[in-house]
Design a protein around this ligand. Structure first.
Ligand code: NAI
Ligand code: MG
Length: 359
């Protein structure tokens, strides 16, 4: 039987993106060879801050058309001190997330074996849930304006945009995910006491949908109390759904309780698969350690595992994560951000060896 070929657009980006993306590709190739039913075919694009200095743009004008036909996008990190962050973000990442309707930003808050958590007395069994962040609308709307700037009468308005379509689709995704999670629990992040138009609407849609999912237990917390519960009761959560702003905050908090920024992955999903989805670690280009060969490749590798899951290879994704936990937990091979002495290369090779040996 012929192996299924997945066409992947690879954007390493800047800084440590150039070091961890090749590591991620190697691990994906090893997982494919162990699995035998699929193969990755990569096309690499140089779009980045370097590209910006050469051309005056982060990517060519037709970059979205170029990406459109791929099965998925595998991205490192974009950003450099020589280019303002809003230029690099709005010039590449945000157009991809929005044009390709990647309205789900999915991040695990899962403590891996061998990784210390800042929460005292907690272990891997206590921290294992998903955060689903709305990724296309909400508080990050780019709508608003300024009147009478620089005067005592200055007025500044930024509008939030919540559409029925936008809220329903992200919640539906979260309910479906909760249905497959062992806890079968979905928690909604709200603030309907203080934000009295959009958040009561958010709650209303949540309640209406919950009647369609009687097998999923639901609860909701105001965002401030919910943030506290991530710290005091992480073991209570299965799946958490949140608006763009609340989700932005909760996903960073989730990554923090699960260890290190160098480990945490994310998926920007177009669940209907009309457009390619994008998989990237949550960390940035880390200019402070770039070029030293010591970046933690696990955020990128875990993002690759999420990509395989999306492409229909959950077994291969699980094998990658088992190899990662073996490397951290049993072998203790860790980069300096986790208190170890290993290089990017050594961590990557240990994971590949574990995969090939079926650890
Ligand atoms: P950062 O995530 O790049 O770095 C924060 C700290 O974490 C640094 O001390 C760094 O050395 C460390 N770190 C990050 N990833 C690591 C890894 N894999 N292994 C070991 N240590 C790691 O965030 P920062 O410094 O705020 O941003 C740097 C640049 O990256 C900026 O230009 C920013 O805009 C961009 N950025 C891009 C993102 C993306 O492409 N999605 C996301 C976040 C930031
Ligand atoms: Mg953030």
């Amino acid at each position: 039987q012929q192996a299924q070929v997945h066409r992947i657009a690879v954007i390493p980006g800047d800084g440590i993106g150039l070091e961890v993306v090749p590591a991620g590709m190697e691990v994906l190739d090893a997982a494919a060879s162990v699995d035998g039913t699929f193969q990755m075919r990569y096309e690499t694009f140089p779009w980045s801050c370097r590209y910006y200095h050469e051309t005056g743009r982060m990517a060519p004008p037709d970059f979205l058309e170029q990406l459109r036909g791929y099965d998925a996008i595998f991205l490192g990190a974009v950003g450099d001190p020589s280019v303002p962050d809003h230029v690099s973000l709005w010039g590449l990442l945000l157009p991809i997330r929005r044009t390709f309707r990647q309205y789900v930003n999915l991040r695990p808050a899962r403590l891996l074996r061998g990784v210390p958590t800042p929460l005292a007395g907690r272990g891997p069994a206590d921290i294992d849930f998903w955060v689903v962040r709305e990724n296309n609308e909400g508080e990050y709307s780019n709508m608003g304006g300024r009147l009478y700037p620089g005067t005592p009468d200055e007025i500044v308005i930024q509008n939030s945009v919540f559409t029925r379509r936008g809220v329903e689709r992200v919640m539906r995704y979260a309910f479906e995910l909760a249905r497959r999670h062992p806890k079968r629990r979905l928690t909604s992040a709200t603030k309907s006491n203080g934000i009295n138009h959009t958040m009561p609407f958010w709650d209303e849609v949540f309640r209406a949908l919950s009647s369609e999912y009687p097998d999923v237990a639901t609860d909701q917390y105001h965002i401030d109390a919910l943030a506290a519960r991530f710290v005091t009761h992480p073991q209570r959560f299965g799946v958490v759904v949140a608006s763009n702003l609340f989700g932005d905050i909760l996903t960073d908090l989730g990554a923090a309780i699960a260890g290190s920024i160098g480990i945490a992955p994310s998926a920007n999903l177009n669940p209907e698969r009309v457009y390619p989805s994008m998989f990237e670690p949550i960390h940035g280009s880390a200019p402070d350690i770039a070029g030293q060969g010591i970046a933690n490749p696990i955020g990128q590798i875990w993002s690759g595992a999420m990509m395989l899951e999306h492409l229909g290879h959950p077994g291969a994704a699980r094998r990658i994560m088992a190899a990662v936990e073996h490397t951290l937990g049993d072998r203790g091979v860790k980069t300096p951000d986790l208190g170890g002495k290993a290089t990017t290369r050594q961590v990557t090779q240990t994971i590949i060896d574990a995969l090939l040996e079926g650890e």
